[in-house]
Design a protein around this ligand. Structure first.
Ligand code: GLN
Length: 265
């Protein structure tokens, strides 16, 4: 074994650069294919502060290995709550339910839904061309659409969607500076910045989503515990029946807004 492949030395180098889970990261980096030079290049990128997932080129999400590219929002464990909630919403729906992963980033949520519901028709959309290119590795490329929120979708989906699921940006602009450097320095601003109160994109989703849902369909939005009441109010104002879900274990919060059968909340 060359020195470069010594797990103890590698972990020490990562720890000195500020990596908290240095041993785990060393093991993951050592498990990648490639020669010593390739390993050293990855370690140098990680030590310079790049997220581990973009260095590896993948992230573990909801049991899947999701393709990740530099600059694209790295899937978070808390967002697995959205996938579980989609399961619940689809439980009494058709097998070939139409699901849209909005603000998809890597497309991790859509890919996890597709893995659990193979007959579902999963579409995804993102405004960032880098995210669209990345998501096309994780979902059928022709199902990943580039553009602003719901206007990115083919018009043929209007009024037919069972579930719109969104991990849209919700960090207040002023709070981005307090995010970990991996996020604030390496993830696209457009994936994080939710405007002054963090809810600018939630507001626009709420305004746009209803005509895309079928009767009985739902929109599902990740938010923070603190912002959840406002996210819920925005969806309720569109006549959707809202419920807030909290997952303490994964530190996830999401609001479901359902278009009731009678069209009333
Ligand atoms: N606080 C969130 C996170 O880092 C922000 C994610 C987002 O804006 N979608 O997971």
């Amino acid at each position: 074994m060359s020195d470069a492949r010594d797990p103890v030395a590698l972990a020490a180098r990562l720890r000195a650069a500020g990596c908290v889970f240095a041993e785990d990261e060393a093991a993951l980096l050592l498990a990648e294919d490639g020669d010593d030079a390739a390993l050293d290049a990855m370690v140098a990128r990680r030590c310079a502060g790049e997220p581990l997932e973009t260095v590896l080129g993948w992230a573990r999400f909801a049991g899947l290995r999701v393709h990740v590219e530099p600059g694209v929002f790295v899937p978070r464990t808390r967002t697995e709550l959205l996938v579980d909630l989609v399961d619940e919403l689809l439980a009494d729906g058709p097998d070939d339910a139409l699901v849209v992963d909005l603000c998809c980033g890597t497309g991790a949520v859509g890919a996890a839904v597709a893995a659990r519901h193979p007959a579902a028709q999963v579409h995804a959309a993102d405004v960032d061309p880098a995210a669209v290119a990345c998501a096309r590795h994780n979902l059928p490329p022709d199902r990943v659409h580039a553009g602003d929120l719901l206007s990115a979708l083919p018009a043929s989906l209007r009024g037919r969607v069972d579930v719109v699921v969104a991990n849209a940006p919700y960090v207040p602009t002023a709070a981005i500076a307090t995010m970990p450097p991996e996020a604030r320095d390496h993830e696209a601003r457009v994936a994080l910045d939710g405007g002054e109160d963090g809810l600018a994109v939630h507001r626009r989703i709420a305004e746009q989503v209803r005509p895309w849902l079928k009767v009985g369909g739902a929109v599902l939005v990740e938010t923070s515990e603190r912002q959840a009441p406002t996210t819920a109010t925005l969806l309720a104002a569109q006549g959707l029946a809202v419920r807030v879900h909290r997952d303490d274990e994964r530190d996830g919060t999401a609001v479901v807004g359902r278009l009731a059968e009678d069209g009333l909340s």
